[in-house]
Design a protein around this ligand. Structure first.
Ligand code: NDP
Length: 249
């Protein structure tokens, strides 16, 4: 298991699904985890779950769609811990619809949350990470950022954007021993995908050679690996965790 004893981590969208699983996994590996999302009640539950398992966590209300909230949240986290060494940009939303019918607001909301949110939060935390000369930034992209998906021009653009962001920032900060990577999940059972009906699910499953949905824990374990000392020489990488759905370069 990854040894992250003493490291300070921040996971956005930690109130449920993949973010919650990442927070639990990083805490299990010894990190102190700042949990960020909008739903404070759910964050408190995750914090209690981590504490009950012997880990350390603290909840911070933070809306990644709001620049003010990001600034205030980042300040609160830095005031509390002094630094963030592992940043997992996981918070994300979908607003699906065909291009011809997609509203400007559906485009703006998805890009604002999934891509601009990651940009602003990373920018707020990067100075302390660079000073510290050790950092791990892990962005949760998506298989559809690699392949595209009908009905998701907004979401796929945000995820492809995150991949470009990952690779560009990786080049900028490597000299300070900060790595920047992405994990691109395929079809994972979480509240986000629970809204899909059986027919949509079947269509997805035939595209998955491993023949099943992935779990939030399987994504979290990849994130914990990229955060670990064992991943020190990996940067600018997009790790596909998708059951073989897309086998890219
Ligand atoms: P969920 O919908 O289950 O969880 C999304 C999380 O993001 C919640 O914790 C939510 O918390 C948080 N969030 C949403 N908007 C905001 C916001 N404005 N500010 C702060 N937090 C926010 O999704 P998943 O766990 O399935 O997805 C997590 C990530 O993984 C997303 O980026 C998603 O795109 C990506 N992904 C998921 C896949 C899947 O199959 N499930 C596949 C590929 C990628 P709250 O509402 O409390 O703010």
């Amino acid at each position: 298991m990854a040894d992250l004893q003493g490291k300070i981590a921040l996971v956005t969208g930690a109130s449920q699904g993949i973010g919650r699983a990442c927070a639990l996994e990083l805490a299990k590996a010894g990190a102190t985890v700042a949990l960020a999302a909008r739903n404070e009640a759910k964050l408190a539950e995750v914090a209690a779950e981590i504490a009950n398992a012997g880990g350390q966590a603290a909840a911070f209300a933070l809306d990644v769609a709001s620049e003010e909230s990001i600034k205030a949240g980042a300040k609160a986290i830095l005031d509390r811990f002094g630094k963030v060494e592992i940043l997992v940009n996981n918070a994300g939303i979908t607003r699906d619809g065909l291009m011809m019918r997609m509203k400007r607001a559906d485009w703006d909301d998805v890009l604002g949350t999934n891509l601009t949110g990651a940009f602003l939060l990373t920018q707020a935390l990067l100075p302390a990470m660079l000073r510290n000369r050790w950092g791990r930034i892990i962005n949760i992209a998506s298989v559809v950022g690699r392949t595209g998906q009908a009905g998701q021009v907004n979401y796929a653009s945000s995820k492809a954007g995150l991949i470009g962001f990952t690779r560009s920032l990786a080049r900028e900060v490597a000299s300070r021993n900060v790595t920047v990577n992405a994990v691109a999940p395929g079809y994972i059972d979480t509240p986000m995908t629970a809204v899909l009906d059986e027919k949509q699910r079947e269509v997805m499953m035939v595209q998955v050679p491993l023949g099943r949905a992935g779990t939030d824990v399987e994504i979290a374990q990849s994130v914990a690996f990229l955060a670990s000392h064992g991943a020190a020489y990996i940067t600018g990488h997009v790790l596909d965790v998708n059951g073989g759905m897309f086998m890219g370069g």
